[in-house]
Design a protein around this ligand. Structure first.
Ligand SMILES: NC(=O)c1ccc[n+]([C@@H]2O[C@H](COP(=O)([O-])OP(=O)(O)OC[C@H]3O[C@@H](n4cnc5c(N)ncnc54)[C@H](O)[C@@H]3O)[C@@H](O)[C@H]2O)c1
Length: 358
């Protein structure tokens, strides 16, 4: 297969971890006979420096013309002024909207070899294998009106939570599709005891659930879900929720694996390309030191292969290599080890094989 992949390394450790993912994809290309063409563009702070915007029209067009987008991270102290009109995160929102990426998938799998790195009790981590499906282009982050107003000298701020039925249907359908190839359970998370948007969400979820009798559907309030993610995370399979709840729950779920540096994500719409990125930020505290954990980015490349290019065998080859490297005790600093980014990258590349031996 031939595929055009746009890389957007971004800021901070973004370029360091993206380079590792590209090298892994090159190894996959050699082993499985695919030709991946990479083209690199700017996003976030580095784009603001050069073009005075966080995402240019040309970069968005390049992404639209590609088969998959691999992103590093954006932001950093240099662009942190909250009053600035142009901010790196605008690049993220613009690319999600521009590519129609309404679903963010975050698979979370706890590895026994890393139980000791997680603050969660080991007994609670056994068998954790879940995916959070977060709605990405609706809800509080985009609803109008939004802004600050002054009423007779007293400040007032407004955000609006709005969901259309079609937005709820398409994200839930995706969650049901995912569950079919997993443990066949969907947990739909809402706040239906308080919020009107959540009541609509629950009504739509219940209706769609009837169309999928092979899937066990449960509804759960977001406060309960946030507690269960720590007390009984193994009870979840596919957890689907709206934008803000998903933002918070996905970061909470990341502690189950031990380090932010371990987790990948996929943002998908109805068409190609999807956007694939580690869940962590630009980590300015370690940027440039060569010690960032590249696994979140490397596993994002695996998601690009699976969800973006339909290459399941190739995606598994990367995931198996990562598992084996971790089982063998290789660790970067965030996992209480000493490997550099490049050493971890090379160790993983060396373990990738085209046929799994077990
Ligand atoms: N999608 C994105 O691009 C994204 C996401 C979150 C935050 N950010 C931005 O990143 C900047 C820093 O944010 P933050 O510090 O809150 O979050 P962060 O994820 O960058 O870092 C949090 C902590 O985790 C560590 N860490 C993160 N990734 C790591 C990795 N791969 N290997 C080892 N350690 C790792 C960092 O060193 C830091 O101590 C901010 O400007 C923020 O806006 C961007």
């Amino acid at each position: 297969m031939k595929a055009r992949i746009v890389t957007l390394p971004g800021d901070g450790i973004g370029p360091e971890v993206t380079e590792a993912a590209v090298r892994v994809l090159e190894k996959i290309g050699q082993l499985f006979g695919h030709k991946f063409e990479f083209s690199e563009h700017l996003i976030g702070g580095c784009s603001i420096e050069k073009h005075a915007v966080a995402l240019t029209d040309e970069t968005l067009a390049a992404c639209k013309g590609s088969d998959g987008v691999l992103l590093g991270a954006v932001g950093g102290p240099r662009w942190d002024n909250p009053d600035a009109a142009i901010r790196p995160e605008q690049g993220l929102l613009a690319i999600r909207k521009g590519l129609g990426l309404y679903a963010n998938l975050r698979p979370v799998r706890s590895m026994p070899a890393l139980f000791d790195v997680s603050p969660v009790k080991s007994e609670n981590l056994v068998g954790v294998d879940l995916v959070v499906v977060r709605e990405l282009t609706g809800g509080l982050y985009f609803g109008q009106p939004k802004g600050r107003f002054s009423d007779n000298g007293s400040l007032r701020a407004v955000d609006t939570m709005e969901y259309h039925e079609f937005e709820i249907v398409r994200i839930l359908e995706l969650a049901f599709r995912l569950a079919k190839n997993r443990k066949k359970k969907v947990t739909s998370v809402d706040k239906a005891n308080i919020l009107e948007t959540s009541r609509l969400w629950r009504q739509v979820a219940a209706r769609l659930g009837q169309k999928h009798p092979d899937i066990l559907l449960e509804h759960m309030l977001v406060d309960t879900a946030s507690m269960r993610l720590i007390t009984s995370p193994a009870s979840f399979d596919v957890l689907v929720t709206e934008n803000t709840f998903g933002d918070i729950l996905t970061d909470e779920a990341s502690v189950l694996t031990g380090s932010m540096g371990m987790l990948p994500s996929a943002s998908l719409g109805d068409n190609r390309p999807g956007l694939f990125e580690p869940i962590h930020g630009s980590a300015p505290d370690i940027a440039g030191k060569g010690i960032a954990n590249p696994i979140g980015s490397i596993l994002s490349a695996a998601l690009l292969l699976r969800h973006g290019l339909n290459l399941e065998r190739e995606a598994r080859a990367i995931e198996v290599a990562v598992d084996r490297v971790i089982e063998d005790g290789h660790r970067t600093k965030d996992l209480k080890g000493t490997l550099t980014t490049q050493q971890m990258r090379n160790t993983i590349i060396d373990r990738i094989v085209s046929e799994q031996g077990d």
